[in-house]
Design a binder for this molecule. Structure first.
Ligand code: NAD
Length: 357
């Protein structure tokens, strides 16, 4: 089979980690008899430098014409002082919107052998962790009306959170389908004791679950409690559904519990099979260009693309097993390094994983 993949490397470590994922995909293609065609398109800071905007129209067109999209990361010091609507991150928000990707699935998995990379006590993580955060991606405060002004010399700013029943129901459906394939347990996170949008969220999630997925054990948790519970007893969670803002923050917390954000991938999907696959981390400008970044998150994002966009389950498993094999042989990038292990760079790590396929 032929698959056309749009690669948006972005900024910082983006080109390095995408090169690693492309190397692994090419090897997977050779091994399983597929042809992956890669085309490269600008986004983020690089696009601002070249085209004056973070998401050129031709990048959107290329993504919509591709079978799926692999993204590195966007952003960097150089563009930090630009106004919000001109920053690299705006390109990513616009792309998610243009592709109508309303669900973001972020598995936070603690890999075997990496328990020592977790900042939590061994006792809390020894049996492994896999928290799958399903985050609403195209609504909420990141897309609400915003203002800035000055009243009597006092500068102010505001952001608005807005959700509709339709938006909440469709993300709840994604989370319920996932929960049904797993332990049939779902946690919905909100701030219903304070926010009106959260009260609508809670009522809608509960009604939807009761009507369509009565087998699922649903539990509502306030976001502040959730943040505490995740460090107190992370193994109690399986599938978690939440809003754009809370999901953004909690998924980074979950990532940190697993040891390194360099190991975690995410997928964003809408109504079609065409998705956006990316690592959960940013462009890490502090280590860009040094060949020290961990490429595993992007490699696993590419693997998720094979499984969730192209239905290539065996190929997905082959990549996941290759990652585990390289970890079992004690190779580590700097972010997951510990005593007695062998430190390797980004290119070498990706090559070793490709060689295991
Ligand atoms: P970051 O994720 O880029 O980096 C946080 C820390 O983790 C840094 O110390 C970094 O070196 C390290 N790190 C991240 N990825 C790593 C990897 N693969 N291997 C090893 N170490 C890794 O977050 P930040 O520093 O807050 O943001 C940097 C830039 O990235 C900002 O401009 C931010 O807006 C942007 N950003 C982009 C995305 C995205 O493109 N999806 C997401 C988050 C942040």
């Amino acid at each position: 089979m032929n698959y056309n993949i749009a690669v948006l490397e972005g900024d910082g470590i983006g080109p390095e980690i995408c090169a690693g994922a492309v190397c692994v995909l090419k090897k997977t293609g050779e091994k399983f008899g597929h042809r992956f065609n890669f085309t490269y398109h600008p986004i983020g800071g690089r696009a601002i430098d070249e085209y004056g905007i973070p998401l050129p129209e031709k990048t959107v067109k290329a993504c919509l014409e591709s079978d799926s999209v692999l993204l590195g990361a966007v952003g960097g010091y150089k563009w930090d002082d630009l106004p919000a609507d001109k920053r690299p991150e705006k390109g990513l928000l616009e792309l998610r919107k243009a592709m109508n990707l309303y669900s973001n699935i972020r598995p936070a998995k603690l890999w075997k052998n990496l328990a020592d990379a977790s900042p939590l006590k061994y006792e809390l993580v020894k049996n492994g962790i896999e928290i799958i955060i399903v985050r609403e991606l195209t609504g909420g405060i990141y897309f609400g009306e915003r203002t800035r002004g000055n009243k009597n010399g006092d500068e102010y700013a505001s952001d608005t959170e807005k959700y509709s029943v339709h938006e909440i129901e469709r993300i709840t459906k994604v989370a319920c389908e996932l929960a049904m394939k797993r332990a049939k347990k779902l946690v919905s996170v909100d701030k219903a004791n304070v926010l009106e949008t959260s009260r609508l969220w809670r009522r809608t999630v509960r009604a939807y679950c009761e009507k369509h997925y009565p087998e699922i054990e649903l539990c509502d948790v306030l976001v502040d409690n959730m943040a505490m519970q995740m460090v107190k007893d992370p193994a109690q969670f399986d599938v978690v559904v939440t809003s754009n803002l809370f999901g953004d923050i909690l998924s980074d917390e979950a990532a940190q519990i697993t040891g390194s954000i360099g190991m975690l991938a995410s997928s964003s999907l809408g109504e079609t099979k065409r998705g956006l696959y990316e690592p959960i981390h940013g462009s890490a400008p502090d280590i860009a260009g040094q060949d020290v970044a961990n490429p595993v998150a992007t490699i696993l994002a590419a693997a998720m693309m094979l499984r969730d966009s192209f239905n290539l389950n065996e190929e997905y498993s082959a990549i996941e097993t290759a990652v585990q094999d390289v970890l079992d042989e004690n190779y580590r990038t700097a972010d997951i390094m510990s005593q007695g292990k062998i430190k390797v760079g980004c290119t070498k790590m990706a090559q070793m994983i490709a060689d295991k396929i």
